[in-house]
Every structure is written in structure tokens, then in C-alpha cells.
Design a protein around this ligand. Structure first.
Ligand SMILES: [Mg+2]
Length: 253
């Protein structure tokens, strides 16, 4: 049976707003040959439509919103599966808000059952303080992803995981973990695709998130060295992908 590719975005398909040419060759091949793929991203900021537009602007073709599964969607799916409660509030951008509304959550900033923490690059002390009070009043804390750092053209930025850690420290509760390397995002994606772990291949540039997630979930893994990790990092981190490529065009068969 043909496997479905679960493909990371930043460092794998592009760097910020810069397309990775070898990844474009691979994607064009997937589209031409009718290979199935799903972009699996820890980034909760963009909606699937915004994520598609972002890639089309940098030169990709044939990409549609249904090609994306984000940590915000995974967070909404996971919580909806585990609980019948539906009142939610969030820290985040449009991708977080849309994922909650689409899943049937009722947005309530006063008495939510859940507080979802995704990245909002405009949020600061007042929003965090208001949100922390919701958790102290009993809302369950959900973190879309635990990335320490978010890389951009200008360098390292505070990642969503660092904001989630702030919430955990402040409230003395642990957040539910969703994004790569944790299982919920992979389970959610496989359910979204109606596939099993043995039918998927995880592709990404980060050993500690993409590759570890695949290994833990029993999914075949491919490290591509166009982003954060290099071949030398494999031994250092003791995380062993099934395959290593220097460009995704090497996967074209
Ligand atoms: Mg990446």
C-alpha cells in the first residue's frame, strides 16, 4: 500500500518566506504522481487557508487548505474527543480561533472549561495575566506545542512552549501536550486521514520534534537536513531516523 507523507513545514518546505527548491521538486512530483501528503505543523498561528496562501505566495503550486493539519486543529480534536465540555478560551491567532470554532467550541472568556495556549505574537502581560486567572479558576490548560524557540529571519524568538511553561509555572498545573513530539498531533492526523501508523512516513528537519514523534508513534521517519538539525546531531541527540536526505528531491522515485 502506498504510504502517505506527513510533512513538516518550516525548515522542511521553506525557511520563513523563502522556498526550499528541493522541496518544491518533491512536492511537484507528489502532485504529478497523485501521492498523498499532509502538512503537519506545530505552528498554530495560521489557518489552513492562510498556510496555503503563504506557500502559494512563495512559489508553490497546487496546495489547498485540506493539505494542512495544525497543532491548533489537533488540540481542538483531542480535547473534543476526551471531553463533552465545550466552553473554551484561548491565547493565539486566527489559526487557533478558527480551529476551536470549527470543532464546535463556544468561545467564553469568563468561565471556560479549557484555556488553549497557542502563539500570539502580539500578546503580552495583560493577556497572560487575564488568562492565568481562568486557569486558577479551574479551566484546564492545553498547550498547542512545546517548542522552546521559534526561528525567523531575524534570529531566535520566544516559542509557544516557553509561553506554556510560563503558564505552568504560574499556576502550578501541567498543560496537556499536543504538538510534535507528543502523540496527539500524530494520532489526530492519522484519524483525519483515516490511516494507520504503518501507512505513513514522517518527514521533517527537527530530530527532537518531527523524528521523535514518528519514532514514538511507530511511523517511518525521514530527516531532511535543510533546517535545524544536521547528520552530526543524530549521535549527539541519540534520535535515529530511518532515512536521512540532504534535500527532499532525493525521495523522488
Ligand atoms: Mg521544522
Amino acid at each position: 500500500m502506498e504510504k502517505v507523507y506527513l510533512i513538516d513545514l518550516d525548515g522542511t518546505m521553506y525557511r520563513g518566506t523563502q522556498i526550499i527548491e528541493s522541496a518544491k521538486l518533491f512536492l511537484d512530483w507528489c502532485l504529478e504522481k497523485g501521492k498523498s501528503f499532509l502538512f503537519l505543523t506545530n505552528n498554530s498561528c495560521r489557518t489552513p487557508q492562510q498556510a496555503a496562501d503563504h506557500m502559494l505566495r512563495m512559489g508553490y503550486r497546487g496546495i489547498r487548505p485540506e493539505h494542512f493539519y495544525t497543532s491548533a486543529m489537533a488540540a481542538a480534536d483531542t480535547v473534543a474527543k476526551r471531553s463533552a465540555k465545550r466552553r473554551a478560551w484561548y491565547i493565539g491567532e486566527e489559526g487557533m480561533r478558527e480551529a476551536l470554532v470549527k470543532k464546535g467550541f463556544i468561545l467564553d472568556s469568563n468561565h471556560p472549561d479549557f484555556l488553549f495556549v497557542g502563539l500570539n505574537r502580539q500578546a503580552g502581560y495583560p493577556q497572560y495575566s487575564e488568562a492565568i486567572r481562568l486557569v486558577l479558576n479551574g479551566a484546564q490548560l492545553i498547550g498547542t506545542n512545546n517548542d522552546r524557540i521559534l526561528l525567523s529571519e531575524t534570529g531566535a524568538n520566544v516559542g509557544n512552549g516557553s509561553v506554556v511553561a510560563l503558564f505552568e509555572y504560574c499556576t502550578s498545573v501541567s498543560a496537556m501536550k499536543i504538538g510534535k513530539p507528543y502523540a496527539p498531533i500524530l494520532e489526530g492526523a492519522l484519524q483525519f486521514l483515516q490511516k494507520q501508523a504503518k501507512d505513513a512516513v514522517m518527514i521533517g528537519d527537527n530530530l527532537e520534534t518531527d523524528i521523535l514523534c514518528g519514532i514514538r508513534g511507530g511511523v517511518e521517519t525521514v530527516l531532511v537536513t535543510t533546517g535545524v538539525h544536521r547528520k552530526e546531531d543524530i549521535e549527539r541527540l541519540q534520535i535515529f531516523p530511518d532515512h536521512v536526505v540532504s534535500g527532499l528531491d532525493e525521495l523522488i522515485g
